[in-house]
Design a protein around this ligand. Sequence first.
Ligand SMILES: CC(C)(COP(=O)(O)OP(=O)(O)OC[C@H]1O[C@@H](n2cnc3c(N)ncnc32)[C@H](O)[C@@H]1OP(=O)(O)O)[C@@H](O)C(=O)NCCC(=O)NCCS
Length: 183
Amino acid sequence: MKTLEIQPLTALRVPEIVALDEICIGGLWTAEAYLREIDSPRSSLLALYLDDDQSQINRKIIGMACLWAIMEEAHITLLGVHPDYRGRGLGQLLLLTLLENAIARQLEWATLEVNVKNSRAIELYQKFGFQVVGTRKGYYQPAGDDALVLWLKGIQQPQFKLNLSQWQKNISDRLSQNHYHLN
Ligand SMILES: CC(C)(COP(=O)(O)OP(=O)(O)OC[C@H]1O[C@@H](n2cnc3c(N)ncnc32)[C@H](O)[C@@H]1OP(=O)(O)O)[C@@H](O)C(=O)NCCC(=O)NCCS
């Protein structure tokens, strides 16, 4: 059994997350930027740890996610899963955990920008009810790709919280089938 755990990132693990960022996103943030996120009370920076042998010694980081709390808005700034571990529901697990975090912070809605060509991520966000509300032309440089602006309203609504618990159950079942245990 492989154990998964999502915890706030600590300063000691920053070099590891910078390496993962490079692999997942091509180097979005520097070590200094990650340290600033750790220190910021408005930021929730989460790391997904995998423990292959229960020893805690070989615990490695295979995913990461971050949100900024701005007024009543959860701005999702980072979501990534190591390529070796994609397609197993871990991206959904991280997004779900961010949304639970946003609810706990009493935020009302969530938003993010995503590359119009990133169909995998777009599909993931749409599964959770995010809707396209606009486009930012040439947002991603130097390629000049457009960004879609996605919004998710009503995260404090009872119906949304019910949906979240159903998604949580589905994701847990899927992880169990893949011999993962979530702490
Ligand atoms: C986006 C990302 C986080 C998804 O992680 P993941 O662990 O593969 O996600 P999941 O396994 O939970 O899959 C989530 C959903 O994405 C969609 N998806 C997964 N693989 C896909 C593929 N090859 N093609 C299209 N859609 C796909 C599916 O809807 C999937 O749900 P399903 O498995 O129930 O059908 C990951 O691909 C990644 O790190 N990409 C690089 C960084 C990035 O683009 N981040 C988002 C920036 S906004």
